[in-house]
Design a protein around this ligand. Structure first.
Ligand SMILES: C[S@@+](CC[C@H](N)C(=O)[O-])C[C@H]1O[C@@H](n2cnc3c(N)ncnc32)[C@H](O)[C@@H]1O
Length: 358
C-alpha cells in the first residue's frame, strides 16, 4: 500500500475533525442544559454588570474548588455564543467578566418570556434515552423509537405519567409564550376581523391567553386532551374545552394549531384538518385555519436553519409519526383535506405562519 501523500493526510485529518465536531455536538447541548439547571443566565443577568468567575462561583454557592471547572464550562458556552466576556476594573486590576447574550437572555428562568423549560424538557433523560433505540427501531416493527424504548407512544406516556405530562406542557407553554408574543406584536393582522378563535391542541393555554390579552374582542378557547387542560390556569379570559380533535372541535371563525400537525402523519393531518373545516365559516365569511409550523425550504433556508430543521425532523421521527414538511407536502395535505388555498408567511425564524382557507 502506497504511503499517504501530505494532501491525503490533510484530507483524512479534516474528515476526522468533521467526525469529532459532530460526535461532540451533544456536549454543547448538555453544557447548555447544565447552565440552565444551575440558573447561570439569571445569576449573570441579575448581577447587573460583568460577573467575574469568582463572583459567579460565589453566587452559585458551589465549592470554590469547582472554580477551574466552571471556568472551562463557561469557556465553551462563551465560544458557543451563550455568554460574552467583557473587561472590567476589579480589585485585582483589569479582570474579565461574563455577560449574557440574546440567546442566554432567552434562557433566564425568571424572564417573562423564557425558553428554559423547553431546553430542560428536550434534554430530559427520559427523552434522551430513546436515542439509544433508533437503530434497533429501524430494524424492528414498532411505530417509533420512543415506543420501542417505552412500550407506549409518547402521548400515552404523557397521559399516564403526571411528571412527564407537566414537563411536556411546561416546555410547550414556554415555546408558545415566546412565539405568540412575536405574532401578536408584529403580525396582529392575522387576527383581523375574527370574533372567535380556538387553539386546537393548545396545551395549557399560553397562546389563547396571549391572543385574548392582545385582542379582547376575540373570544378565545383552548382545546386539548382532558389530562392537559386539567392544568390550564384558571382565567376568565379564555374558555377551556377538553376533547379529541379527531372526533370534534369547538366551532370558531378561526382555528389555530401551533406545533400540532408536525406531530402527525400526512393522513392524520388530513383527518384533523377535515374536522377543522367542518367547524369554520366559509372563506368569504372569514373562516380560516392558522398554523404555526416549520416549512423546510431547501432553496432559501441557510445552512444552519436547514440543519436545525432537519434535526427537529429526526427528533419528531423519534417520538411521533410526524415530520417537518416542505411546502409541496403541506400543499397536498391542504388540498386532500378540502381546503382551496393557503398563504405562507415565513416570518417566525424557523417557523412560519400558514393561513389555510376553506
Ligand atoms: C406539541 S404539543 C403543542 C402544544 C401547543 N400547541 C404549543 O405549541 O405550545 C401538541 C398538543 O396536541 C395535543 N393533542 C394531542 N392529541 C390530541 C387530540 N387527539 N385532541 C386534542 N389535542 C391533542 C397534545 O396534548 C399537546 O398539547
Amino acid at each position: 500500500m502506497a504511503p499517504y501523500s501530505g494532501e491525503r493526510g490533510h484530507e483524512l485529518l479534516q474528515a476526522q475533525a468533521h467526525v469529532w465536531n459532530h460526535l461532540y455536538h451533544y456536549v454543547n447541548s448538555m453544557s447548555l442544559k447544565c447552565a440552565v439547571e444551575l440558573g447561570i443566565p439569571d445569576i449573570i443577568h441579575n448581577h447587573g454588570r460583568p460577573m467575574t468567575l469568582s463572583e459567579l462561583v460565589a453566587a452559585l454557592k458551589i465549592n470554590s474548588s469547582k472554580t477551574p471547572y466552571m471556568s472551562r464550562l463557561m469557556r465553551l458556552l462563551v465560544h458557543l455564543g451563550f455568554f460574552d466576556v467583557e473587561k472590567i476594573n476589579g480589585n485585582n486590576g483589569v479582570e474579565e467578566g461574563y455577560v449574557i447574550t440574546p440567546p442566554s437572555s432567552l434562557l433566564r428562568k425568571e424572564a417573562t418570556v423564557s425558553l428554559s423549560a423547553f431546553v430542560l424538557e428536550e434534554l430530559d433523560s427520559s427523552l434522551l434515552t430513546n436515542w439509544n433505540f433508533l437503530s434497533s427501531w429501524f430494524q424492528g416493527n414498532e411505530t417509533t423509537a420512543f415506543e420501542k424504548a417505552n412500550g407506549l407512544s409518547f402521548l400515552e406516556v404523557a397521559a399516564e405519567i403526571p411528571e412527564i405530562n407537566c414537563l411536556f406542557n411546561d416546555s410547550m407553554a414556554s415555546d408558545a409564550q415566546f412565539i405568540i408574543s412575536i405574532v401578536v406584536k408584529e403580525y396582529g393582522q392575522v387576527f383581523d376581523g375574527l370574533r372567535s378563535l380556538v387553539d386546537v391542541g393548545g396545551g395549557t393555554g399560553a397562546v389563547a391567553r396571549a391572543i385574548a390579552d392582545a385582542f379582547p374582542h376575540v373570544k378565545c378557547t383552548v382545546f386539548d386532551q382532558p389530562h392537559v387542560i386539567a392544568h390550564v390556569p384558571k382565567s376568565t379570559k379564555i374558555d377551556v374545552v377538553g376533547g379529541n380533535m379527531f372526533e370534534s372541535i369547538p366551532p370558531a371563525d378561526a382555528l389555530l394549531l401551533k406545533s400540532v400537525l408536525h406531530g402527525w402523519s400526512d393522513n392524520d393531518c388530513v383527518k384533523i384538518l377535515k374536522r377543522c373545516k367542518e367547524v369554520i365559516p366559509t372563506k368569504e365569511d372569514g373562516g380560516k385555519v392558522i398554523l404555526l409550523e416549520t416549512v423546510v425550504n431547501g432553496d432559501t433556508d441557510d445552512y444552519k436553519s436547514m440543519e436545525t430543521k432537519l434535526c427537529f425532523d429526526v427528533m419528531m421521527m423519534l417520538a411521533s409519526t410526524g415530520k417537518e414538511r416542505e411546502e409541496h407536502v403541506w400543499q397536498k395535505i391542504f388540498i386532500d383535506a378540502g381546503f382551496s388555498d393557503y398563504k405562507i408567511l415565513p416570518v417566525l425564524g424557523l417557523r412560519s405562519i400558514i393561513e389555510v382557507y376553506p
